[in-house]
Design a protein. Structure first.
Length: 567
């Protein structure tokens, strides 16, 4: 959301490779996607794998971690501290990517994530673990953003989805492996290896990035000048409002009633902070641009795109919440639930591949978005018919339908968001997109959990065991949706609890239908902006041999092969 006028600085300042070598300012001929290009893509895939493993492995191991460290009700902050810092730092990282370049920032981000993993693995108290998760969140938010930024620097807008889907495929495979890895780690070793496993992966990623990721950066500015270009006020706004909203969503319906002043004040402050942030950024840009239209207003952000990015969180995570169906209704272990969720991964990735191929060939995205959200809405509707008596065929087919819809959407949103903006604004625009998606995900986790818990309270009277009813009521039901808890209940009480769980989850899916239906309407507000086939960026990859070629130190035939553009 913080889109600065970096294009002027790119024109005024010379460019230097991030390893310190001088680079010609003139634009070379179009890039050849050779070995060097694909090694960078490989490095990005390994980097993205860090976040993929983390998300699912930690959730699988959470009960063991909570019990071992005696965390109690504060367990929610193991996840929320991660979400909070992940979303809050993304606009800042978007600025830093332009100020300091991509290479060293990416390495810093991976180092922070790896450090956070080490802190979590060595944690001997709840506070230390939560701090470690917050540090991890900073790294994870940066990874999710910077990978998309670097891909945007490498390929033209029309083709970006093709390469983002490669990284997403590796990410999805890692996410699918998470439940198995987490289950094996907890059973065979200690939960600490859930975090320690990131250390060798993070180290390998750092080596790859150091050796392979050489990109341009602006060198004719001093460190003090670079620091002054950071938007401190805007970042304070965004971090504060994210924290306020997350606290409200965490404690609403559990520690405090939704109508209590503690929750209302936090929500109002958070949402007001978001509005003030947008007003501040717009006024700041107008004062600098002498009345020109801010780039962010020229994007699909004002045409419904931001609405369905934001709403995408609750709607798509309604499908992710489907994972609670297996342990809560069928008594599946986390590892088995991971197997039962495979239809989503196996279909979403091919669906995403088809969608980006169509987008690259025709350059039209509005029909893809409409079809994707319509299919996803149908999937949510079908989920609402599931119960503990549903057959395997039903939940497999329903997952396939929802996954096909979400797959058509996932990798076609970012290029559309970037389309109306100059290449010089791509890092800030990508950070804005990542923040809005993360912010939507915060709501997407909190809203379904709140709906589930409130619905459970309504039907809790159906549970005959008073002690069980008290444990699950008042905002605690969702945390007990596990096969371990269910299997520990007696026969009649077990059936009663499963019945209430089923009715509570049904309402979540029904509300997800409304979210998806709203997005289908918002798609009509999108503008069909042409997607560029060419790329001119000041932050593309460098080639050390270019210097030798320019000086005539290598033969002409080799010069042609080593000529790499700023893409």
């Amino acid at each position: 959301m913080i889109v600065d006028m970096e294009s002027q600085l790119g024109e005024e300042n010379g460019l230097r490779g991030e390893d310190g070598s001088e680079e010609a300012i003139a634009k070379p001929s179009p890039m050849r996607r050779g070995f060097r290009f694909w090694t960078i893509i490989f490095a990005l895939c390994v980097t993205g794998l860090l976040g993929a493993l983390e998300n699912t492995v930690v959730s699988t191991s959470m009960p063991t971690i909570v019990e071992d460290l005696n965390i109690g009700d504060n367990y929610i902050w193991i996840t929320n501290s991660f979400f909070l810092t992940s979303a809050a730092v993304q606009p800042l990282f978007g600025q830093l990517a332009n100020v300091f370049g991509r290479r060293w920032l990416t390495m810093f981000i991976v180092a922070v994530f790896t450090l956070g993993s080490g802190i979590c693995g060595g944690a001997n108290s709840a506070n230390m673990l939560i701090i470690g998760r917050a540090v991890q969140g900073i790294g994870s938010g940066g990874i999710n953003m910077i990978v998309d930024v670097i891909v945007s620097d490498l390929v033209p807008l029309r083709e970006r989805g093709n390469f983002i889907v490669i990284v997403l495929t590796v990410y999805s495979i890692g996410s699918s492996m998470g439940p198995f890895v987490g289950d094996i780690i907890v059973q065979r070793t200690t939960w600490r290896w859930v975090f320690y496993v990131n250390l060798p992966v993070g180290g390998f990623s750092l080596v790859l990035l150091f050796l392979l990721l050489h990109t341009h950066y602006q060198h004719d500015t001093t460190l003090s000048q670079k620091i002054k270009r950071i938007d401190y006020v805007g970042n304070i706004f965004i971090m504060g409002e994210t924290a306020a909203v997350l606290c409200a969503l965490t404690y609403g319906g559990s520690r405090y009633a939704w109508s209590s002043w503690q929750i209302i004040v936090r929500l109002v402050l958070g949402l007001a902070g978001l509005v003030l942030f947008m007003v501040f950024e717009q006024s700041k840009f107008l004062s600098r641009a002498r009345g020109s239209t801010p780039p962010i207003q020229k994007s699909n952000l004002t045409c419904g795109h931001h609405q369905h990015i934001l709403v995408q969180g609750p709607s798509l995570l309604g499908a992710v919440l489907h994972s609670s169906f297996f342990p809560g209704h069928l008594g599946s272990s986390p590892a088995r639930a991971g197997v039962q969720m495979l239809p989503i991964t196996l279909v979403a990735i091919p669906g995403a591949v088809i969608a980006v191929i169509v987008l690259s060939k025709f350059g039209k995205y509005k029909a893809l978005h409409l079809a994707g959200f319509v299919i996803l809405t149908l999937g949510m509707g079908l989920f609402a018919h599931l119960d503990r008596f549903s057959s395997d065929v039903e939940w497999i087919v329903f997952q396939i339908i929802a996954a096909l819809g979400s797959g058509m959407i996932l990798n076609t949103l970012l290029p559309v968001f970037q389309a109306p903006l100059a290449e010089s604004d791509q890092a800030a625009a990508t950070a804005s997109w990542a923040f809005m998606q993360s912010f939507g995900n915060i709501w997407g986790v909190a809203i379904p959990a709140s709906i589930f818990n409130n619905r459970f309270n309504k039907y809790a009277y159906r549970i005959s065991d008073v002690s069980v009813r008290q444990v699950l009521s008042n905002g605690h039901a969702y945390q007990y949706v596990s096969n371990t808890f269910i299997d520990g209940l007696s026969g009649s009480v077990k059936n009663e609890v499963i019945g209430v769980f089923s009715d509570s989850l049904k309402l979540v899916w029904e509300i997800s239908i409304a979210f998806c239906g709203l997005v289908c309407i918002l798609v009509f507000l999108e503008k069909e902006v042409p997607l560029r086939k060419e790329l001119e960026t000041d932050y593309g990859m460098t080639e050390k041999d270019n210097i030798q070629a320019k000086n005539g130190d290598i033969p002409d035939a080799e010069k042609a092969g080593s000529d790499i553009s700023h893409t």
